[in-house]
Design a protein around this ligand. Structure first.
Ligand SMILES: Cc1ncc(COP(=O)(O)O)c(C=O)c1O
Length: 442
């Protein structure tokens, strides 16, 4: 399926789609990608994701499938599981969730009954929709309450989390975020969970690449469950997974046919399939296996170190220009720029930046008084630009361009000038180089 002749044939057959794919590649090549959840995969990850494995149905788990002809995908999925375990030092992994949200839905289904109380980080302070927002299944099925950041520091106050937990007595405490630039105190969180008899779940979708290399605190010894996406800092295909540092007897009292308490892993596997998904995407699982392998190289370690350094330099660069960064810095790959002191909305900012081929997303800042469609901030992340090869000095240039755009939002000539400078600059970092990162030497 994935060979040039075949691809050319497809291109001739469906020009409408392939010309759009070419346009998207051109957009990615020309621009500066600062959306914190995006990245560029290697050509071997892309090849696996576009391979014949997409043809195969494989409901079930390796060695326990509902269809015949699964010996090859069994080997692939087993490899993905073993590599994920080795990468994170986990005892158990399910690599089938189609996305981070799917992983979270399955986890909650395994652990909770409808109506159970959950305590998560508030969406408006940087949390994720699937952590109890009323517009998501998680807020509709479960009884959600939230903790947030301190107004003055922009950081989570663990004492406040402890008080909230003690007041609410949740069944599950959720840590992890989409837009929080600081590290998590898993030791403290586990103590809080133990005090109130709650289970502790870390959603490390964003910083998992940094966690895998020991650049941030390790949730595995302290959290009962960990979920993640595979496509952000981990630089794999779009997807999710569920992991446990160690398996344990399920505390829900669920027994097998012999009356024995089932291990939590059995409940989690069942919550993925048949609980919330059908057939696994074996082409994506193969691409995940490759990404896990790439993440075990010294190149990847150097990459995430650069991601972290770039984020720190970018945040400091903005602060030096008089901008407010929520929490005054970052520990990971992202941060929120609070534009309210400049009387600019996130919506105005992300529109003008896009006009100059710099992509970011507008984002609520903690205690925002605007709506999610307007917002007072933008979220910036360095995972994608670092894959393109940009280093600390380039971050200062990005600060200069963004600052210039925000000061000349109504001046099309200035916007055009920055766009041309950005396009010219990014030609030095071709996507074809990105295609080859971490490929074994030929
Ligand atoms: C913390 C967190 N969890 C889960 C998700 C959901 O991932 P997906 O978009 O793959 O469903 C995201 C996505 O941004 C996230 O930031």
């Amino acid at each position: 399926m994935f060979n040039k002749e075949n691809q050319d044939q497809m291109i001739t057959k469906d020009l409408s789609v392939f010309s759009l794919i070419a346009a998207e590649k051109d957009r990615q090549q020309k621009g500066i990608e600062l959306i914190a959840s995006e990245n560029f995969v290697s050509s071997q990850v892309a090849a696996a994701a576009g391979s014949v494995l997409t043809n195969k149905y494989a409901e079930g788990l390796p060695g326990k499938r509902y269809y015949r002809g699964c010996h090859v995908v069994d080997a692939i999925e087993s490899l993905a599981i073993e590599r994920a375990k080795a990468l994170f030092g986990a005892a158990w992994v399910n690599v089938q969730p189609h996305s981070g949200s799917q992983a979270n839905a399955a986890l909650m289904m395994a652990v909770l009954q409808p109506g159970d109380k959950i305590l998560g980080f508030h969406l408006a302070h940087g949390g994720h929709l699937t952590h109890g927002s009323p517009v998501s299944f998680s807020g509709k099925l479960y009884n959600a309450c939230f903790y947030g950041v301190n107004r003055d520091t922009g950081r989570i106050d663990w004492e406040e989390v402890a008080q909230k937990a003690s007041l609410e007595k949740p069944r599950l405490i959720i840590c992890g975020a989409s837009a929080y630039s600081r590290d998590w105190d898993y030791v403290r969180l586990r103590a809080i969970a133990d005090e109130v008899g709650a289970l502790l779940w870390a959603d490390i979708a964003h910083p998992c690449g940094l966690i895998s290399q020991g650049l941030l605190n390790n949730p595995f010894p302290y959290c009962h469950f960990v979920t993640t996406t595979t496509h952000k800092t981990l630089r794999g295909p779009r997807g999710g997974m569920i992991l446990m540092g160690k398996d344990f007897e399920n505390p829900l009292g669920k027994t097998n046919a012999k009356g024995m308490l089932q291990p939590m892993s059995v409940l989690l596997d069942a919550a993925v399939f048949p609980g919330t998904q059908g057939g696994p995407l074996e082409h994506i699982i193969a691409a995940k296996a490759i990404a896990f392998h790439e993440a075990m190289t010294s190149d990847y370690k150097a990459y995430v170190l650069q991601v972290q350094q770039n984020a720190q330099v970018l945040a400091q660069g903005f602060m030096d220009q008089g901008y407010k960064v929520v929490s005054d810095g970052t520990d990971n790959h992202l941060f929120l720029l609070d534009l309210s002191p400049k009387n600019i909305t996130g919506n105005q900012a992300d529109i003008v930046l896009e006009q100059a081929d710099i992509t970011v997303n507008k984002n609520l800042i903690p205690f925002d008084t605007t709506s999610p469609f307007v917002t007072s901030g933008i979220r910036l992340g360095t995972a994608a630009v670092t894959t393109r090869g940009l280093v600390a000095a380039d971050m200062l240039l990005i600060v200069e361009w963004i600052d210039h755009l925000l000061k000349h939002m109504d001046d099309p000539m200035q916007i055009q000038a920055v766009k041309e400078a950005v396009n010219k600059y990014m030609r030095k970092f071709p996507l074809s180089q990105v295609d080859n990162h971490n490929l074994p030497p030929s």
